[in-house]
Design a protein around this ligand. Structure first.
Ligand code: GDP
Ligand code: MG
Length: 162
Protein backbone atom coordinates (compact mmCIF):
# COMPACT_ATOMS: atom_id res chain seq x y z
CA UNK A 1 0.00 0.00 0.00
CA UNK A 2 1.33 3.43 -0.92
CA UNK A 3 0.33 5.97 1.73
CA UNK A 4 -1.58 9.08 0.72
CA UNK A 5 -0.47 12.34 2.32
CA UNK A 6 -2.66 15.45 2.03
CA UNK A 7 -1.30 18.99 2.30
CA UNK A 8 -3.86 21.17 4.03
CA UNK A 9 -3.86 24.75 5.27
CA UNK A 10 -5.11 28.20 4.50
CA UNK A 11 -4.04 29.83 1.21
CA UNK A 12 -0.45 31.05 0.84
CA UNK A 13 1.17 28.98 3.59
CA UNK A 14 3.36 27.08 1.11
CA UNK A 15 1.42 23.90 0.29
CA UNK A 16 2.22 23.97 -3.44
CA UNK A 17 5.86 24.79 -2.72
CA UNK A 18 6.08 21.68 -0.52
CA UNK A 19 4.18 19.65 -3.14
CA UNK A 20 6.80 20.64 -5.71
CA UNK A 21 9.62 19.72 -3.35
CA UNK A 22 8.09 16.30 -2.73
CA UNK A 23 7.23 15.56 -6.36
CA UNK A 24 10.08 17.51 -7.96
CA UNK A 25 7.59 18.74 -10.50
CA UNK A 26 6.65 22.22 -11.48
CA UNK A 27 3.11 21.12 -12.12
CA UNK A 28 1.39 22.41 -9.01
CA UNK A 29 0.47 26.04 -9.38
CA UNK A 30 2.66 28.15 -7.12
CA UNK A 31 1.99 31.84 -7.05
CA UNK A 32 2.18 34.86 -4.89
CA UNK A 33 -1.59 35.06 -5.18
CA UNK A 34 -3.37 33.31 -2.29
CA UNK A 35 -5.60 30.48 -3.36
CA UNK A 36 -4.66 30.08 -6.99
CA UNK A 37 -4.73 26.28 -6.88
CA UNK A 38 -8.39 25.52 -7.29
CA UNK A 39 -8.55 21.77 -7.25
CA UNK A 40 -6.93 18.83 -5.67
CA UNK A 41 -3.76 17.84 -7.39
CA UNK A 42 -2.04 14.49 -7.04
CA UNK A 43 1.65 13.75 -7.33
CA UNK A 44 4.05 10.85 -6.87
CA UNK A 45 6.03 11.81 -3.79
CA UNK A 46 9.58 10.70 -3.03
CA UNK A 47 11.85 11.49 -0.09
CA UNK A 48 14.89 9.31 0.40
CA UNK A 49 13.65 5.76 -0.07
CA UNK A 50 10.08 6.66 0.88
CA UNK A 51 7.36 6.66 -1.75
CA UNK A 52 3.89 8.06 -1.27
CA UNK A 53 1.10 9.91 -3.02
CA UNK A 54 0.81 13.57 -2.13
CA UNK A 55 -2.31 15.70 -2.58
CA UNK A 56 -2.05 19.45 -2.96
CA UNK A 57 -5.16 21.46 -2.16
CA UNK A 58 -6.31 25.00 -2.75
CA UNK A 59 -6.61 25.81 0.92
CA UNK A 60 -9.24 26.71 3.47
CA UNK A 61 -9.57 30.40 4.28
CA UNK A 62 -12.28 30.12 6.91
CA UNK A 63 -14.54 32.53 5.06
CA UNK A 64 -15.85 30.35 2.30
CA UNK A 65 -17.86 31.79 -0.54
CA UNK A 66 -17.88 30.99 -4.24
CA UNK A 67 -14.53 29.68 -5.41
CA UNK A 68 -13.26 29.59 -1.82
CA UNK A 69 -16.08 27.26 -0.93
CA UNK A 70 -15.15 24.98 -3.79
CA UNK A 71 -11.53 24.97 -2.64
CA UNK A 72 -12.52 24.20 0.92
CA UNK A 73 -14.62 21.27 -0.27
CA UNK A 74 -11.63 19.95 -2.23
CA UNK A 75 -9.55 20.17 0.93
CA UNK A 76 -12.14 18.24 2.93
CA UNK A 77 -12.24 15.55 0.24
CA UNK A 78 -8.44 15.37 0.29
CA UNK A 79 -8.49 14.85 4.07
CA UNK A 80 -10.97 12.01 3.65
CA UNK A 81 -8.73 10.36 1.05
CA UNK A 82 -5.56 10.77 3.08
CA UNK A 83 -3.77 8.32 5.37
CA UNK A 84 -1.96 11.26 6.98
CA UNK A 85 -2.40 15.02 6.83
CA UNK A 86 0.29 17.69 6.84
CA UNK A 87 -1.37 20.78 8.27
CA UNK A 88 0.69 23.76 7.15
CA UNK A 89 0.73 27.11 8.91
CA UNK A 90 2.76 30.25 8.21
CA UNK A 91 5.56 30.79 10.75
CA UNK A 92 5.91 34.40 9.62
CA UNK A 93 2.31 35.37 10.19
CA UNK A 94 1.56 33.59 13.42
CA UNK A 95 -1.71 31.98 14.38
CA UNK A 96 -4.71 32.88 12.21
CA UNK A 97 -8.41 32.27 12.95
CA UNK A 98 -8.59 30.07 9.83
CA UNK A 99 -5.86 27.87 11.33
CA UNK A 100 -8.08 27.25 14.36
CA UNK A 101 -11.02 26.35 12.16
CA UNK A 102 -8.91 23.88 10.19
CA UNK A 103 -7.51 22.40 13.42
CA UNK A 104 -11.04 21.79 14.69
CA UNK A 105 -11.98 20.04 11.49
CA UNK A 106 -8.85 17.89 11.55
CA UNK A 107 -9.53 16.83 15.13
CA UNK A 108 -12.94 15.55 14.06
CA UNK A 109 -11.46 13.72 11.05
CA UNK A 110 -9.44 11.41 13.35
CA UNK A 111 -6.63 11.26 10.78
CA UNK A 112 -3.00 11.43 11.89
CA UNK A 113 -2.09 15.12 11.62
CA UNK A 114 1.35 16.71 11.58
CA UNK A 115 1.37 20.43 12.32
CA UNK A 116 4.00 21.93 10.03
CA UNK A 117 5.21 25.49 10.64
CA UNK A 118 6.52 26.69 7.29
CA UNK A 119 8.64 29.70 6.25
CA UNK A 120 10.98 29.39 9.24
CA UNK A 121 13.95 30.35 7.06
CA UNK A 122 15.81 33.43 8.32
CA UNK A 123 13.65 33.92 11.41
CA UNK A 124 13.90 32.76 15.02
CA UNK A 125 12.45 29.28 15.00
CA UNK A 126 11.41 29.19 18.67
CA UNK A 127 9.49 32.46 18.32
CA UNK A 128 7.90 31.30 15.05
CA UNK A 129 6.71 28.08 16.66
CA UNK A 130 5.51 29.55 19.98
CA UNK A 131 2.11 30.74 18.72
CA UNK A 132 1.07 27.39 17.34
CA UNK A 133 1.23 25.25 20.48
CA UNK A 134 -2.14 26.83 21.28
CA UNK A 135 -3.68 24.72 18.51
CA UNK A 136 -3.19 21.70 20.78
CA UNK A 137 -2.08 19.43 17.96
CA UNK A 138 0.99 18.01 19.66
CA UNK A 139 4.47 18.27 18.25
CA UNK A 140 5.35 21.02 15.77
CA UNK A 141 7.47 20.43 12.68
CA UNK A 142 9.43 23.49 11.49
CA UNK A 143 9.93 23.69 7.74
CA UNK A 144 11.28 25.96 5.03
CA UNK A 145 9.61 24.34 2.03
CA UNK A 146 11.07 26.84 -0.42
CA UNK A 147 14.56 25.69 0.59
CA UNK A 148 13.77 22.02 1.19
CA UNK A 149 14.78 22.48 4.84
CA UNK A 150 13.08 20.09 7.25
CA UNK A 151 11.39 18.13 4.47
CA UNK A 152 13.36 14.92 4.88
CA UNK A 153 12.99 14.63 8.66
CA UNK A 154 9.28 15.47 8.42
CA UNK A 155 8.65 12.74 5.85
CA UNK A 156 10.79 10.27 7.84
CA UNK A 157 8.53 10.90 10.84
CA UNK A 158 5.29 10.65 8.83
CA UNK A 159 6.37 7.42 7.16
CA UNK A 160 7.01 5.76 10.51
CA UNK A 161 3.20 5.36 10.63
CA UNK A 162 3.18 3.00 7.66
P1 GDP B 1 -0.11 27.74 -1.07
O1 GDP B 1 -1.16 28.76 -1.40
O2 GDP B 1 -0.30 27.22 0.33
O3 GDP B 1 0.00 26.64 -2.07
O4 GDP B 1 1.30 28.52 -1.03
P2 GDP B 1 2.44 28.59 -2.16
O5 GDP B 1 3.23 27.33 -2.19
O6 GDP B 1 1.84 29.05 -3.45
O7 GDP B 1 3.39 29.71 -1.54
C1 GDP B 1 2.89 30.99 -1.21
C2 GDP B 1 4.05 31.96 -1.10
O8 GDP B 1 4.89 31.58 0.01
C3 GDP B 1 4.95 31.95 -2.34
O9 GDP B 1 5.37 33.28 -2.58
C4 GDP B 1 6.13 31.10 -1.90
O10 GDP B 1 7.31 31.42 -2.59
C5 GDP B 1 6.22 31.44 -0.43
N1 GDP B 1 6.87 30.36 0.35
C6 GDP B 1 6.59 29.04 0.33
N2 GDP B 1 7.42 28.35 1.13
C7 GDP B 1 8.25 29.24 1.71
C8 GDP B 1 9.34 29.13 2.63
O11 GDP B 1 9.75 28.06 3.09
N3 GDP B 1 9.93 30.31 3.01
C9 GDP B 1 9.54 31.52 2.51
N4 GDP B 1 10.19 32.60 2.95
N5 GDP B 1 8.53 31.66 1.61
C10 GDP B 1 7.89 30.54 1.21
MG1 MG C 1 -1.20 26.29 -3.75
Amino acid sequence: MIPVIALVGRPNVGKSTLFNQLTRSRDALVADYPGLTRDRKYGDGKAGEHEFIVIDTGGISGDEQGIDEHMARQSLLAIEEADAVLFLVDGRHGLNPADEMIANHLRRSEKPVFLVVNKTDGINEDIALADFYALGMGELYPLAAAHGKGVRSLIDTVMELF
